[in-house]
Design a protein around this ligand. Structure first.
Ligand code: HEC
Length: 147
């Protein structure tokens, strides 16, 4: 019995060690991230997966409904792709959003979702941003299906 526990304990220790390695390399990748972001991934080079995007929309759901006419903390995102910024009736936008006058093209959304405050300084959208280019492409593929 004791031998069994010793072996099991050893296995745990080994599993712990091998588990630590990917984390270490992950940390060094993160340290190199500023250089990577100097060469952004072009939206046109990505193919979005709407099914994955629907799951990622969970991150937006706290503030945005996908149903038309339903505003929560943010405006409904029904049919947002191709819409001009600041146009959802009954939603009280920030002056920054309204004044941007931008059309929510796929490219523009791709940049905005990564860093809302950078694209529209002064926006009230308090969201930290979705870093992974593929995730943003998937999310946009989903948003395109909701018209
Ligand atoms: C913490 C709440 C919050 C979260 C989370 C959030 N948003 Fe927003 N969003 C807002 C608010 C508030 C506005 C209105 C901004 C303004 O008026 O400045 C907004 C505005 C927008 C707009 C502009 C809409 C228009 O009609 O001009 C888009 C596009 C948008 N959000 C997309 C997203 C997406 C996609 C996500 C998920 C990745 C997301 N948001 C997550 C709160 C949020």
């Amino acid at each position: 019995m004791r031998a069994f526990f010793t072996v099991a304990g050893l296995a745990l220790v080994l599993a712990g060690c091998s588990g630590a390695k990917p984390e270490e390399s992950g940390a060094s990748e993160q340290a190199a991230a500023p250089e990577v972001s100097a060469a952004p991934v072009a939206y046109a080079s990505l193919t979005g997966d709407a099914a994955k995007g629907e799951k990622l929309f969970m991150q937006c759901k706290a503030c945005h409904a996908i149903e038309p006419g339903k505003n929560i903390i943010g405006p409904s995102l029904h049919g947002v792709v191709g819409r001009t910024a600041g146009q959802v009736p009954g939603f009280n936008y920030s002056p920054a959003n309204k004044a941007s006058g931008e059309v929510w093209s796929e490219d523009h959304l791709y940049a905005f979702i990564e860093a809302p405050q950078k694209v529209i300084p002064g926006t009230r959208m308090a969201y930290f941003g979705m870093r992974k280019p593929q995730d943003r492409a998937d999310l946009i593929a989903y948003l395109k299906t909701v018209k």
